[in-house]
Design a protein around this ligand. Structure first.
Ligand code: PLP
Length: 386
């Protein structure tokens, strides 16, 4: 059987990983500033994480939500405390799309309404309503098309207020990334997030903060939406939550009431998933990784802003993007093949940095030196990749 060929892949076989580094089957070491798409939060194969997962697997790996799972309660307590939302309620699932799907469904149950407001360049996942709220028609199959989702311009307060004043009583939810990831690292302005809060309050709609890529400490606050100083009604999370183990969740404000069977999943919140999520939070706390993300992110961003070849350096904490002018369009590939550094990208010309929150200064310096070297090579020669 062949694999269903949906991913353009790099021909690299990673067989070992530690901290911010991975090694391939030829022993070549790579600096990982991509984290498998913002997933590696505490660093690859962190010893505490490996130990906690191994111990749990030796006890019980899985049982379904038909029984009490105290690890879920422990996770809810810890997540509530560390995220600063102790009175919220936790629902666990398995992936980012599923988290958004549940958040949107819950908002509709709660309000009895159908309209969802999403924004230009948004990415919320590939399943039915999540993909309908994603601003990329190539990802939306005919069966996913719906008139229930309305796209408004990102960061445009006037358009938002006008839409609400004309249609506010039909709006179930507003869903927004605090920092758009796939869209190219676009930071939602604090004023815009505050106006979403105000409109949702005024018209009884649910504010959903998609924190799947920008959350879990990456921005230098637990949720990047927190920078605006107002709370969302639902936060969705995945990626960094399990440091590679598939675990996701939504946290729900106390004013939204649960009812039996309104949400559910077979795998969500299983013992092993909870152990992974707990290990991540324990390491984040003991190593103060949110502060490290803020400091290391600031250090890298400041350095990038001094490199004249790069344009529009932006982001927060360790979620950084910059534009690469056309003459350097091979930069991402050259960083990988020449310098052995993984970075992310966004179309058409953005490099995205999404490293582990435990990135060290020496790792950052290695990247900055390699980047300078690649850029200076461009000015002397036409660089060819393998
Ligand atoms: C902001 C955002 N929301 C949702 C998703 C979907 O997550 P998953 O791929 O785990 O379904 C992603 C994935 O990249 C994302 O970046």
């Amino acid at each position: 059987m062949k694999l269903f060929d949906v991913y353009p892949i790099n021909n690299i076989n990673i067989i070992k990983a530690r901290g911010s580094y991975v090694w391939d089957d030829e022993g070549i070491q790579y600096l990982d500033l991509y984290g498998g798409h913002a997933v590696i939060s505490i660093g690859h194969t962190h010893p505490h994480y490996v130990q906690r997962l191994t111990d749990q697997l030796n006890k019980v790996g899985f049982y379904s939500n038909s029984i009490r799972i105290p690890l879920q309660e422990e996770l809810a307590d810890k997540l509530g405390r560390i995220s600063g939302k102790p009175d919220y309620q936790l629902f666990l699932c398995n992936s980012g799309a599923e988290a958004n799907e549940n958040a949107l469904k819950l908002a509709s149950f709660h309000t009895g309404r159908k309209t969802v407001i999403a924004f230009s360049k948004a990415f919320h996942g590939r399943t039915s309503l999540a993909v309908a709220a994603t601003d990329n028609p190539n990802l939306v199959a005919p069966v996913n098309q719906t008139e229930n989702v309305v796209f408004l311009p990102f960061n445009n307060q006037q358009a938002l207020e006008e839409y609400f004043s004309a249609n506010g009583n039909q709006v179930a939810a507003v869903i927004i990334e605090g920092i758009q990831g796939v869209g190219g690292i676009n930071v939602a302005s604090e004023d815009f997030l505050r106006s979403i809060r105000t409109c949702c309050d005024k018209y009884g709609a649910v504010y959903i903060a998609d924190s799947i890529q920008c959350g879990y400490g990456r921005s230098g606050k637990f949720f990047s939406h927190d920078w605006a100083g107002v709370d969302a009604d639902i936060y969705t999370m995945a990626k960094g939550m399990g440091n590679g183990f598939p675990v996701a969740g939504i946290i729900i404000s106390p004013n939204i009431q649960p009812k039996h069977f309104m949400l559910g999943t077979t795998f969500g919140g299983n013992h092993l998933a909870c152990a992974a999520a707990l290990a991540v939070l324990e390491v984040m706390e003991s190593e103060d990784l949110v502060t490290n993300a803020l400091n290391m992110g600031g250090y890298i961003s400041d350095a990038l802003k001094n490199i004249t070849e790069l344009k529009n350096v932006r982001g927060r904490g360790l979620m950084i993007g910059f534009d690469v002018p056309d003459e350097f369009r091979e930069l991402k590939k050259n960083l990988l093949w020449n310098q052995k550094i993984f970075t992310g990208e966004a179309k058409p010309n953005v490099i995205r940095l999404l490293p582990s929150l435990a990135l060290r200064k020496q790792d950052a310096d290695q990247f900055l030196e390699s980047l300078q070297e690649e850029l200076s090579l461009f000015s002397t020669t036409q660089n060819i990749n393998p």
